[in-house]
Design a protein around this ligand. Structure first.
Ligand code: AMP
Ligand code: MG
Length: 405
């Protein structure tokens, strides 16, 4: 049985980023990854401009009490190409281009405004320094400077700086084509009454949502009965049209677990089946060649809800992210250290991911720690990774708390 690390390495070794395509620069790119580096074609700021409402001046003129005649006005907007004579001031507003000759802006709060027959005049109460209240052209970002590397996550901030460049399109890795397929004759869709022995399908929505947290991609959803012929036919079609198939249930050793036999019948052998992890041991991973020559990554997640959740985060999430062009730290969940609120032991021979709540540096386990316990999971925001045979006491420092929400 593979360790988690070995299993993840196998998966990632087979995933290549989807080739970048040019896409309109819109908020729907949120969560995508840049496909090419971008260099600044517009410096920031683009021109010297005022950071205050006030008066553009010669800084030296503000050191005397001599009134300065206000000879013009430059609002934010197109430059009026004004030039500031010595001994004068030009009314200016935040974001407006600084008139030629001016080397500072004095805030309107720091002047006394007087009227005179020759027009308004100001007397400066405070002297200003050279360049004071002027945002220099290129002081934030120079022309030609690298703005981002290929593989950068397109966050709202990054999309903002790309918009500042006036770009209509950028190169991004496209979202992967993903299908979430649940299996099981005992499962019922919402709205129908439950018969004895039945339960509602909760993994479908949870897994779709986990995919959506990683990528804004549309997710195809489907449910399959525990029937080998139906499963084989459906998987064959799904493989042809998807980069990722995320299957829930049907990967254990029961007589009604059809996923492995169906994939075998289609000629897609397992890369691995079973991983040393709790919950989630029966995880199945298959790389299926598509008729178009592409690769479909198939993850058979164990059906118990916590097993599906944990194996998605440990194996599917990094693979999806790599396909979308992410690299390095973007592939893993944030990990924090914490203090444990209560004693815990892992009597098993596999690392155990304990569900709990992380707050103010303290991790508190939540609910029953069994793989079917969905309610406890629903209140958790973190997973504590415990080694096999590890025993922890209250107050112990723990270094492996994965933040999952
Ligand atoms: P399996 O992996 O198919 O053997 O399923 C293991 C357990 O998970 C069984 O108790 C199933 O009823 C349950 N289960 C499987 N799929 C789902 C699902 N989509 N939603 C909720 N529970 C499920
Ligand atoms: Mg099943």
């Amino acid at each position: 049985m593979l360790t988690e690390q070995a299993a993840l390495e196998r998966v990632l070794a087979g995933v290549t980023p989807l080739p970048p395509i040019a896409q309109p620069l819109t908020s729907s790119l949120l969560g995508c990854f840049a496909g090419r580096a971008v260099h600044a074609s517009v410096p920031l700021p683009g021109f010297d401009n005022s950071s205050m409402d006030g008066y553009a001046v010669h800084a030296a003129d503000t050191r005397s009490d001599t009134p300065l005649t206000v000879v013009g006005e430059q609002p934010a907007g197109p430059s009026l190409n004004l030039t500031l004579p010595f001994g004068a001031a030009i009314r200016i507003f935040t974001g407006a281009p600084v008139p030629a000759g001016a080397d500072a802006v004095i805030m309107q709060e720091d002047v006394d405004l007087k009227t005179s027959p020759s027009g308004p005049r100001i007397v400066c109460r405070e002297p200003v320094e050279l360049d004071e209240n002027i945002r220099g052209a290129g002081s934030d970002l120079c022309m030609g400077q690298k703005l981002l590397e290929a593989g950068t996550a397109l966050t709202p901030m990054v999309l903002g700086v790309l918009a500042s460049q006036g770009l209509r399109e950028i190169w991004v890795h496209p979202p992967a084509k993903v299908a979430v397929v649940t299996t099981g004759d005992e499962l019922v869709p919402p709205g129908l009454p439950l018969q004895p022995g039945q339960l509602y399908n909760s993994n479908g929505l949870m897994l779709e949502s986990l995919v959506r947290q990683v990528s804004s991609t549309e997710v195809h959803s489907q449910h399959l009965p525990d029937n080998l012929a139906a499963t084989t036919t459906a998987l064959d079609k799904l493989i042809a049209n998807h980069d990722f198939l995320i299957l829930s249930g049907g990967v254990s050793v029961g007589d009604h677990d059809c996923i492995k036999p169906a994939l075998q019948a289609l000629g897609h052998p397992a890369e691995f089946w079973r991983v040393k992890v709790k919950p989630g041991k029966p995880l199945l991973y298959v790389q299926a060649k598509r008729p178009d020559g592409g690769l479909c990554h198939i993850f058979g997640l164990p059906g118990n809800p916590v097993s599906s959740f944990v194996t998605f985060l440990l194996f599917v999430r990094p693979a999806l992210l790599k396909a979308m062009g992410a690299a390095g730290k973007h592939l893993s969940l944030p990990i924090v250290s914490a203090t444990l609120s209560t004693p815990l032991s892992n009597g098993g021979d596999r690392p155990h991911y304990v569900r709990g709540f992380y707050e103010n540096g303290v991790f508190t386990p939540l609910g029953i720690q069994q793989s079917h316990a969905l309610f406890g999971l629903s209140r958790a925001n973190a997973l504590l990774r415990m080694e096999a045979d590890e025993v922890l006491n209250e107050g112990d420092s723990i270094g492996q708390v994965l933040l999952v929400s």
